[in-house]
Every structure is written in C-alpha cells, then in structure tokens.
Design a protein around this ligand. Structure first.
Ligand SMILES: [Zn+2]
Length: 102
C-alpha cells in the first residue's frame, strides 16, 4: 500500500525535494486523516540526511537538535579533559621514576 521510501532510523517517509515535502504538508493539513495531528513542517534528518515531515514547528526541532549537539560536545570535552589528566599523570609518574632512579 505504501511504496514510499522510509528512513532506516526514524521509519518516516523520505522526501528528497523540499517542494515535495511542502506539497505533502499542505495535502495532509487540508484533509487530515482521523486522529492524525497536522503535519506542520519538514526538517532535514540527522540520520539519513533527507527530509521528513514533523508535527513540531520547525524552530522547536532545531532547538532540540541544538541541545543534542551541545550535549555531545560537552561529553567530548569531558572525555578530552580526562585523557589529558591521565596523560599528565602518566607523564609525571615517568619523570618521577626517572629522577629517583638516578
Ligand atoms: Zn531519516
């Protein structure tokens, strides 16, 4: 019944052209199926890089992505910090050993 391509990550229908996504939004909004919320916007998927429809306003989705990215970079910074401290510690240890060895 549905021959449209779907995203491997989100399971959402893939649109390759913004115009096609916009047309789909207008079609759904003008005649929403029973119990289905209106599709308000399309966005670029972070998983497949194509376009999907969303019930969320576009701005909100961008904020969500922004928070996700911030979280990610925060984790990376923490990791870098830990690695650096560990290297410093090992460096000190080696130097101490070297000094006391003489
Ligand atoms: Zn996708």
């Amino acid at each position: 019944m549905d021959s449209k391509k779907r995203c491997w990550a989100t399971g959402k229908v893939i649109y390759t052209q913004p115009e096609a996504a916009q047309r789909a939004i207008e079609r759904i909004n003008s005649n929403p199926p029973d119990g289905q919320r209106k599709m308000r916007a399309y966005y670029e998927c972070e998983h497949c890089g194509r376009l999907h429809l969303t019930t969320m306003p576009q701005k909100k989705h961008h904020i969500m992505v922004d928070i996700k990215q911030k979280k990610k970079s925060f984790m990376q910074e923490r990791l870098d910090d830990l690695v650096e401290k560990r290297l410093e510690y090992l460096d000190k240890k080696v130097k101490t050993k070297w000094n006391t060895g003489r």
